[in-house]
Design a protein around this ligand. Structure first.
Ligand SMILES: [Zn+2]
Length: 431
């Protein structure tokens, strides 16, 4: 009897418990439903998935009494790209005007499994949902090179001024390279975003200006080039840039490349277009081994005596030959005989560069004399002029390099020299 009663009581207790749980559940569901149904700002917390084909959608929500920050941004499997995205999102997080709605949305895409593109749109609205601020941010990432891209990686340095002109004409004002920072790479074209307008440049139409290296994108760049990784340079140790003019030559240039390799040395080669055409394999090897290719005109004409069209032909043709052969853009022009006219200074698309020590190898063609010209004058930051078309130059180099190496010098390219010695003014260079 007593047992039965106990059971009855227990059952009653269980029923009560069950009943109240259901009640609580209903209340919670009700709360959620009302939150969803009556949240006046819910549209800022919803995401449109159709224009986000690359990356994982991430949501940041900060809902204080006085502020709503609802940010959508992508996450990728690339750290460099994620860091850049987080930098941008962090800036928006700091933008905390009270009583406002802060909304970040984006579009993302990837083309040819290599170029990732994210376009952010950031808006601030007041409580009446009137837009008070709207900005955009653009990221382009090259997954093959693992780097955030700027316009220099899309168009060749030599032709950037032309791209600046073309885009400037379309937006009807004069612009600079800095105005070209907002762009996205699409399947058939690059699109610049400027003054609220979109300027479309199809790859095919601008083929010879394009620096991108991808089989799907028209460009003059060869796709079979890989460049050896550079051994670290120690900026605290002295450095010298050796430069070789007038080549390449089929015999002495390969020998000089061997000598440079034996001595862990990198150098710069100011080449003639007509010789690049004769020895493309030597040029490829040179660049693959980490040396810098540079421009010395097509045929060694005195540029100071030429008119604008002739100068243009000598410079641009050699720029194209270097790029077509190596995929690398020459950053320097050394005018033959060191002759510079005002016209040349005005129209050169790349800086003019001479030298600080002349080995006079072309004049003496004598190993001992070359050594006498070079060794006593060498100091940190020297830029030495030699010619890779003489056997005597190769022989002198073979004897000079070990001596300087023993003295602690590092042998660098011209561009490396000016990167690590920014205080050093390039010799007779004008940009
Ligand atoms: Zn020369």
């Amino acid at each position: 009897m007593l047992e039965k009663l106990k059971h009855k009581k227990l059952r009653k207790k269980n029923a009560l418990l069950f009943g109240s749980s259901v009640m609580i559940g209903v209340v919670i569901l009700g709360l959620i439903a009302s939150y969803i149904l009556f949240d006046e700002y819910k549209e800022y917390k919803k995401v449109v998935k159709t224009d986000k084909s690359a990356g994982q959608i991430t949501h940041y929500l900060n809902e204080d009494d006085n502020i709503l920050q609802s940010f959508f941004y992508p996450h990728f499997s690339y750290d460099v790209l994620n860091t850049k995205i987080e930098e941008i999102v962090e800036q928006y997080k700091q933008d905390k005007d009270n009583n406002y709605i802060h909304h970040l949305d984006y579009q993302s895409s990837v083309i040819y499994d290599q170029y990732y593109n994210v376009r952010f749109q950031y808006r601030v609205l007041d409580k009446e949902e009137k837009e008070v601020k709207k900005t955009h941010a653009y990221i382009n990432y090259d997954a093959k090179e693992n780097c955030i891209m700027n316009v220099d990686q899309v168009f060749r340095l030599t032709y950037l001024p032309k791209i600046v002109d073309v885009v400037g004409q379309q937006v009807q004002r004069s612009i600079t390279k800095e105005d070209l920072s907002s762009f996205s790479l699409q399947e058939k074209q690059v699109v610049f975003y400027i003054d609220g307008k979109e300027v479309v440049l199809p790859y095919e139409e601008y083929k010879s200006y394009i620096a991108l290296r991808n089989t799907e994108i028209p460009s003059l760049a060869p796709l079979d080039m890989t460049i050896e990784k550079r051994k670290e340079i120690d900026p605290s140790k002295p450095m010298i840039a050796f430069s070789f003019d007038d080549g390449p030559n089929g015999v002495s240039t390969p020998r000089i490349l061997d000598i440079l390799k034996e001595n862990d040395a990198k150098a710069t080669f100011f080449m003639l277009g007509q010789n690049i055409e004769k020895h493309p394999d030597v040029v490829k090897r040179m660049v693959q081994e980490g040396h810098e290719p540079a421009n010395h005109t097509v045929s060694h004409k005195n540029l100071a005596k030429l008119n604008a069209d002739e100068i243009h032909e000598e410079i641009f043709r050699t720029q194209d030959l270097i790029f077509q052969t190596t995929g690398v853009e020459s950053k320097w022009l050394r005018p033959p005989y060191g002759e510079i006219s005002d016209l040349l200074r005005q129209i050169t698309p790349i800086p003019l560069l001479l030298w600080s020590i002349d080995s006079l190898d072309w004049h003496s063609r004598n190993v001992e004399k070359i050594k006498e010209e070079v060794l006593p004058s060498i100091k940190d930051g020297s830029l030495v002029l030699m010619h890779d078309i003489y056997g005597t130059t190769a022989q002198a180099l073979e004897e000079i390099l070990p001596v300087l190496k023993e003295q602690g010098y590092q042998f660098v390219t011209v561009s490396e020299l000016y990167t690590y010695r920014p205080d050093l003014k390039p010799v007779n260079a004008f940009s």
